[in-house]
Design a binder for this molecule. Structure first.
Ligand code: 5AD
Ligand code: SF4
Length: 499
């Protein structure tokens, strides 16, 4: 049986023919694949749940999956929904209509955690009035011991808690939750595994997320991700290409390759394969589509990768390259392993290769412990120099167990917020300048939905991830079109169809 990645069906691991000669012979150094026997076991549990649901409910029971955080979580939730769909669940956005509510949580900042606690707490009344409803929590937040303890003690109405390394065991865990009177906690603290062949129910039929690797080895001193997602492990090019081709043949037009640090893709494979090589193999796949990727780490971003971006026609000219801080002392304390100068060198090389076509975005942390206003000003000046089209800016949030959380942090939150506002004023000016460069240009754009500027406007995305809104017929949604920019605004371009 071949792979099928957009179907609510379990697929055999004994994958049929190899899809690409060059990609066919890669092995994992240490196999971390969930084996076929385990997946068969999960499929059996899935069938058992189907029988339980049929005997308990006259109508298709509904599940509500609530996702917080990054695209990796969105992708995990698509697998969770795939497995639930195979069991016989339908879906709802309304929590109080659901027989099963799953919160897929994020641990990157405190704010995200607070929202989860608030939203889960709000379901207590519903659960107590409807004891047959299952409330489940999963994702990065659950992988932290102090959080799991808090759920155990203070949220006793939660039935099922599972970690990031056992998503594929959802059928078995849900079966236990449905049939036992005990609460189920499954939170192994391991380096991580890869489960191929899980069912996937994608949120969109033109735009897809495709994880190429999992975990992170970088241990940036502020970040909880390496502790909750385990070590870096790459899917083989064979599996990535197979899923990719499947998506293209199903009509997906924008495929985003995902990893915490895609630039270190393939270092754990035998023989090693670089991310640039993978991009070239995907670019060679036939069809009309666009490849995006995130996130890149400046310490592993090679000149070869930038050259590959520039030369591959289907690879979007959008580089999301987080620099976090523009000050070398702070970068060192963050354990980022590059300097302001080496970052700018990479950016300048990318600009040299791709010119105005290139769009740059970045992540920034303001108020890292011990950061002074003068050091923050280095971040400010880097933003000024960079010319990013947009930025994702965060105030530092201490995370339990990370080295940064043990450092002195004398600057108040209010003061850090002031710094952040200064940065945002600057970025607004920079975004407007970047947008103004594009007045009168024509771009090949992917029309992805309805616009916000006017009722009858559609929204499209350029190669560089800029949004152009234009007047057009709904039937254009899901296709590539040439659109000419008529008026650049600060965050969006207005345009018109040229054909
Ligand atoms: N506090 C604030 N921002 C953080 N990020 C990661 N950890 C923290 C933290 N403890 C930000 C970084 C990263 C993005 C995904 O989240 O900028 O690139
Ligand atoms: Fe966190 Fe750094 Fe890994 Fe990104 S690269 S997930 S910021 S540790």
């Amino acid at each position: 049986m071949g792979f099928c990645y957009n179907n609510a069906e379990w697929v055999s691991l004994s994958r049929g023919k190899k899809t690409n000669k060059k990609a066919g012979d890669f092995m994992r150094e240490k196999t971390k694949l969930v084996d076929e026997k385990e997946l068969e076991k999960q499929k059996d549990f899935s069938d058992k749940i189907t029988s339980i649901l049929e005997s308990r409910y006259t109508e298709k029971p509904l599940a509500c999956v609530v996702t917080y955080g990054c695209q990796q979580n969105v992708s995990d939730s698509e697998k969770i929904k795939g497995m639930l769909s195979a069991m016989g669940y339908g879906f709802t956005e309304k929590r109080t209509e659901a027989k099963l509510v799953i919160f897929n949580t994020c641990a990157v900042r405190e704010h995200a955690e607070d929202r989860v606690f608030g939203n889960v707490g709000a379901l207590k009344k519903y659960k107590l009035a409807n004891p047959d409803v299952i409330i489940a929590l999963c994702g990065c937040m659950m992988q932290q011991k102090h959080i799991a303890e808090k759920i155990k003690e203070s949220f006793q109405f939660v039935d099922l808690v599972f970690g990031t390394h056992v998503v594929h065991k959802l059928p078995e865990l849900l079966f236990k939750a449905l049939t036992q009177r005990k609460r189920v906690f499954e939170l192994p603290d391991i380096d991580g595994v890869i489960a191929e062949g899980l069912p996937v129910k994608r949120d969109n039929d033109k735009k897809a997320w495709l994880p190429i690797m999992y975990g992170c080895n970088n241990f940036c001193s502020y970040c909880v991700v390496p502790y909750v997602r385990g070590r870096e492990r790459s899917r083989t090019p064979e599996n990535v290409i197979s899923e990719f081709k499947e998506l293209v043949s199903e009509g997906y037009k924008e495929i985003t390759l995902l990893g915490q640090n895609v630039n270190s893709y393939g270092k754990d494979l035998q023989p090693k394969v670089s991310f640039a090589e993978l991009l070239r193999m995907l670019n060679d796949v036939e069809g009309d589509f666009r490849i995006r990727f995130m996130t890149s780490h400046p310490k592993d971003c090679t000149r070869e990768l930038l050259e590959t971006m520039a030369s591959c026609d289907k690879v979007a000219k959008h580089l999301h390259l987080p620099f976090q801080s523009g000050n070398n002392r702070v970068l060192k304390a963050m354990n980022r392993c590059y300097t302001r100068e080496s970052y700018l060198e990479l950016i300048n090389y990318a600009k040299e290769l791709m010119g105005d076509e290139l769009s740059i975005t970045s992540d920034i942390i303001v108020g890292f412990p011990g950061e002074t206003y003068e050091e923050f000003k280095d971040t400010y000046s880097l933003v000024d120099e960079l010319g990013a089209t947009s930025l994702f800016t965060f105030i530092y949030s201490p995370r339990v167990g990370t080295p940064a959380s043990k450092l002195d942090d004398p600057i108040s939150y209010d003061e850090k917020s002031k710094w952040l506002r200064e940065l945002l004023v600057l970025q607004e000016k920079k975004s407007a300048q970047q947008m103004a460069l594009h007045g009168g240009k024509t771009f090949k754009c992917f029309v992805y939905g309805h616009g916000k500027t006017c009722d009858n406007y559609l929204a499209a995305r350029t190669d560089g991830n800029l949004i152009i809104e234009f007047e057009g017929d709904e039937g254009l949604i899901g296709s590539f079109r040439n659109i000419k920019v008529t008026e650049p605004l600060t965050y969006v371009l207005l345009g018109e169809l040229t054909e």
